[in-house]
Design a protein around this ligand. Structure first.
Ligand code: SF4
Length: 114
């Protein structure tokens, strides 16, 4: 049975169809095929969120994962992100948490706060 998913790699949002032989159609570029196969075999996501800044009133610093993580680890990683805080000043790509859950992925600041 064919599986249908929407490619989220770029804003074009191609409708991808994957058949039983893992043949992908509907993709306008090769990245769609790679995304479809990854999504069916080992789905991953980047996470963006924010952490508290302890020495600034009601201030959050945006963060992201340095790479994609397995989709089934998102909630665990979000729990860790929600427990994190930083002190200003912050700089972009500052590591807030290294090697989160041993996944080889860091949590990085994406907002400069003076
Ligand atoms: S298949 Fe290519 S063009 Fe289509 S949404 Fe994915 S990345 Fe964009």
């Amino acid at each position: 049975m064919n599986k249908e998913i929407v490619c989220i790699v770029c804003p074009r949002g191609c409708n991808l169809i994957i058949d039983e032989k893992m043949e992908v159609t509907g993709n306008a570029c090769p990245r769609g095929k790679a995304y479809a196969i990854s999504e069916l075999t080992h789905p991953v996501r980047m996470i963006t969120s924010s952490v508290r800044v302890t020495n600034r009133l009601e201030t959050l610093a945006s963060v992201k994962t340095s790479d994609s993580i397995p989709k089934d680890k998102i909630m665990e990683v979000m729990d860790i992100i929600n427990s994190l805080s930083v002190e200003a000043p912050t700089h972009i790509n500052q590591i807030v948490k290294k090697n989160v859950l041993g996944l080889g992925v860091d949590i990085l600041i994406t907002k400069k706060i003076d």
